[in-house]
Write a protein that binds this ligand. Sequence first.
Ligand code: IYR
Length: 229
Amino acid sequence: MRSWTPMHGQPYQPTPYRPHRIPPKASMVIAADLRERMSQRRTVRAFAGDEVPEQVILDAIAVAATAPSGAHQQPWTYVLVTNPKTRAAIRCAAEEEERRSYAGRLGEEWLSALEPLGTDEQKPHLTDAPYLIVVFEQRFYLDESGESHKHYYVDESVGISVGMLLTALHLSGLCALVHTPSPMKFLSEVLGRPRNEKAFAVIAAGYPAQDAVVPDLVRKSLDQVIVRA
Ligand code: IYR
């Protein structure tokens, strides 16, 4: 496998792509099974202390890193935070921001949209879930000489990658919680990230607590999400 270097300015050099073709009937079985398994995915807010093999997390991040991205610039950094002091600092800063948000900064309409989900300013998962993954988007690329190169479709690329991460975690048997503290500048400071990176989301991952509860949600039907044109 060749090692990665920025592609910027390289000529187009296509290479054959001949993936194994899954017969249509087998595809239907796989798709139906995936649909059923993904329908079981839920966001949980309470995690068990049970250990999770780190390789499961590394493999899920590897899946996320296969996401398509604008100009194939792969503008993501996944920070795996294990240091308890760092996690405590993240929780403290996040709860501080969330306290202001829930005390009124979000506004009445937003707070009432969140009411059925039972969220609040307490973020115990930030210290208690076995893994904390902080996702940063690289707004631009800094080369060795310090020159910056623009990245394209960064939000879209990182959003797709995080979606794949959540899918991989779920299909590996784990639960996750996406937390998007606002504002999240403190994450760059606590984690010492370079100026080309901006925090995108904090993801806690692990097994759900035995007494975990989730809101009684209903998903939109396919008819409600698909329009044929
Ligand atoms: N960032 C806050 C508020 C919040 C916002 C939305 I939109 C959610 O779906 C859930 C929470 C928090 O993490 O609590």
